[in-house]
Design a protein around this ligand. Structure first.
Ligand code: PHE
Ligand code: CA
Ligand code: ZN
Ligand code: ZN
Ligand code: ZN
Length: 288
């Protein structure tokens, strides 16, 4: 798989930061910064040749949207979907949670376009609304798919918080979720194995959008660099960083800004995502 440019991922995060700055300091559901975030990502994808659509829903008396992007081609009956929530909490700009996953997925989608890859499987990307209100957007999307359409999605990869400033390298535990998939888990671990960076399995339960897909019986996996939980001494030993401090001490706070990102972690994570998407979707070798 290609080496994804972390500088480009950071540039997308900077755009999200600017959007928050111009819209009252956040990108939350029901606030103008969320809609501006959707418009930014959709504009980039349209220019890159994606077929995009918005899925509109209502939550808490406000309109929200999911952005769905399809890369033309591949087996439409065998879809690999990847997603990240694009909304922040009201308290801040949400540049790690989840500007990091959103920007990483955008750069991967743009790399697919630049390289003009044609995987065997159909690639679909989703940017979810109102995750912070309880997985509202992803649940709406899954629940409103026709049963035949739902059955075409053979796997879902979730990316929520990929650049935590005091990072851990967590892979969703296939044994710790109802539709956990060892195939997806192993594909997400491959890049870390190659780098010699240890990972830990984590049970994320219902804490992010993969849970909406799991409830529909779709195999799921994901990556995570940690939120409010405190890094242990053993974790600091193997990963560096600071023990006794949260993985992200700005989690859900106003200080979750462009400076609240560990670039090394973000780079490893986005490259691991690309490895997984390339291998799982069956990009022809000649395209590498
Ligand atoms: N979904 C949580 C949030 O957005 C973050 C999280 C992701 C927590 C994955 C645990 C596991 O606040
Ligand atoms: Ca890279
Ligand atoms: Zn959050
Ligand atoms: Zn999140
Ligand atoms: Zn790799």
């Amino acid at each position: 798989a290609p080496d994804i440019s972390v500088a480009n991922v950071q540039a997308h995060q900077a755009r999200l930061q600017t959007i928050a700055n111009q819209n009252g300091g956040n990108r939350a559901h029901g606030r103008p910064g969320f809609r501006a975030s959707i418009d930014f990502v959709q504009g980039q994808l349209n220019a890159a040749g994606y077929t995009t659509r918005l899925v509109q829903f209502t939550s808490n008396g406000a309109t929200g949207w999911d952005l769905i992007a399809d890369w033309p081609g591949g087996d439409g009956n065998n879809i690999l979907m990847s997603g990240s929530h694009l909304d922040s909490v009201n308290a801040g700009p949400g540049i790690n949670d989840n500007g990091s996953g959103s920007a990483a997925l955008l750069e991967i989608a743009l790399t697919v376009s630049r390289m003009n890859v044609h995987p065997q499987r159909h690639l679909r990307f989703g940017w979810w609304g109102a995750e912070e209100l309880g997985l509202v957007g992803s649940t709406f999307y899954v629940n409103n798919l026709a049963r035949t359409e739902r059955a075409k999605i053979k796997g879902y990869l979730n990316f929520d918080m990929l650049g935590s400033p005091n990072p851990g390298y967590f892979v969703y535990d296939s044994a710790g979720q109802p539709t956990g998939s060892t195939t997806l888990q192993h594909a997400l671990e491959a890049h870390f194995t190659a780098l010699g960076v240890p990972t830990e399995l984590i049970s994320v339960g219902g804490r992010s959008d993969h849970a909406a897909f799991a409830r529909a019986g779709i195999p799921t996996g994901g990556l995570f660099t940690g939120a409010e939980v405190i890094k242990t001494a053993a974790q600091a030993q193997k990963w560096g960083g600071t023990s006794g401090v949260a993985f992200d001490r700005c989690y859900h706070r106003s200080c979750d800004t462009s400076t609240n990102v560990n670039v090394t972690a973000l780079d490893r994570m986005v490259d691991a995502v690309a490895d997984a998407i390339w291998s799982l979707s069956g990009v022809p070798v000649a395209a590498h």
